[in-house]
Structures are given as structure tokens and as C-alpha cells.
Design a protein around this ligand. Structure first.
Ligand SMILES: [Mg+2]
Length: 215
């Protein structure tokens, strides 16, 4: 049973997220071309490349500095809505984490909750608006519930990833109420929200990095 996620595991998470958004760049772009401006895959891949380049040049030793570096790099390198939203997510996670080298289950959950609150503060999204919130909010709730129920971090982050995927899939029939997709009105229904898709990748890679670091 693993009790915490250390900075090496956080770094592994960031690398995995970069790898998967690069691998799935065309899919994310395809989703965004249906209801947005077809740049989500390219934006996320470019942003995460910049993040990894920055961290490879010298990764901070503490969780707060590491997460803040990710956030600031995304804000400065990704345009559109996703740069500020993902940037805020990581900046708030870093502020919550503090100058520590590992996060236990409670601290990781609090950090993700702070990140979610940051997304809400910046994007003003609510449940069912067909945004990244629809994957992130159920994931954070599932993480809290799993931890409260006594699950270890591996099981808890896996539960969060599954909740994110269910939230992503539930965006399919929704009519978008936020962002560029909302301009399409009813025509936005029948497509997955790209932000909820990349957010699910974020939670899935967190679960993978957590599972891997516990071996
Ligand atoms: Mg876009």
C-alpha cells in the first residue's frame, strides 16, 4: 500500500501526460474541430512539450515549485482557453501542495480540489456546461470518496480516472453552455467535449504514475 506521491512520481505524471496528449493530438483536434476551433490537440501537445523542456532543464525539488512551473509554462505557451485553465489548475495545485517533497492521499486530494476550484474561478463553468469541469469535478469527488472509504492512493486515483472518463462520456449529448462550442447551440450535442477528453487523460496518467511508483 502506498501512502504518498513524491516529486519523482509527479514528474513521471507530467511526462506521461505530455506523451499521451502527443499520441492523441489528432483525436483531441478532431473533437475540437467538431465543436471548436480545431486547436486543442496541437495546443496541449505544444504546451506540454514546453513544460517537459522546462523541467528537463532543471526540475524543482518540491511539489509546489514543480506544479507552479508546470502551470506558469502552460499559461505562457498555450493560447485559447486551455492554457489559462490548465495553467490555473496546476498553479492552484502547487499553492495547495506547499514546499514538500511528497503528498499523501489527503494532500493530493486537497491539491486537486484546489485546482478544480481554480478552474471554476477562472472559467465559471458548472456541471453540465460541457467543459473540462464535467470530467474534473466527478474525478475529485471520487478521489475524496475513495480516500474517505479507506482506499489506498493507487485505488483512489484509479477511481478518479474512471469517474473522469464517465464524466467525459456524459458530455456527448450535452449542449455546450461555455466557450466557443456554445456558439453552436444545439449543434454542439452529439460530440465529446475536448477539454473533458484531455482532462480524463490527465487523471488517467495520474493513476498510472501513482500505480507505477508504488511498485
Ligand atoms: Mg480550441
Amino acid at each position: 500500500m502506498m501512502a504518498s506521491v513524491d516529486t519523482a512520481a509527479l514528474l513521471d505524471w507530467i511526462h506521461r501526460f505530455r506523451d499521451v496528449v502527443t499520441e492523441k493530438r489528432d483525436w483531441l483536434t478532431e473533437l475540437d474541430s467538431a465543436i471548436g476551433d480545431a486547436d486543442h490537440g496541437a495546443n496541449m501537445a505544444r504546451g506540454m512539450d514546453a513544460v517537459v523542456a522546462k523541467l528537463d532543464a532543471g526540475a524543482p525539488a518540491t511539489a509546489d515549485e514543480l506544479l507552479k512551473t508546470v502551470g506558469m509554462t502552460l499559461v505562457s505557451s498555450v493560447g485559447g482557453a486551455s492554457g489559462p485553465l490548465y495553467g490555473t489548475l496546476f498553479l492552484r495545485m502547487g499553492m495547495s501542495a506547499g514546499p514538500v517533497t511528497e503528498l499523501d492521499a489527503t494532500a493530493l486530494a486537497a491539491s486537486l480540489r484546489a485546482g478544480l476550484d481554480g478552474i471554476v474561478a477562472r472559467g465559471k463553468a458548472e456541471a453540465g456546461d460541457k467543459t473540462m469541469f464535467d470530467a474534473m469535478a466527478p474525478a475529485v469527488d471520487a478521489l475524496d470518496a475513495a480516500i474517505a472509504g479507506g482506499a489506498d492512493l493507487v485505488a483512489a486515483t484509479e477511481a478518479a480516472a474512471q469517474a473522469a472518463a464517465a464524466g467525459r462520456d456524459a458530455t456527448l449529448p450535452l449542449v455546450a453552455r461555455k466557450g466557443r462550442a456554445s456558439y453552436l447551440g444545439e449543434r454542439s450535442a452529439g460530440h465529446l467535449d475536448p477539454g473533458s477528453a484531455s482532462t480524463t487523460l490527465l487523471l488517467e496518467t495520474l493513476a498510472q504514475a501513482t500505480a507505477d511508483s508504488s511498485r
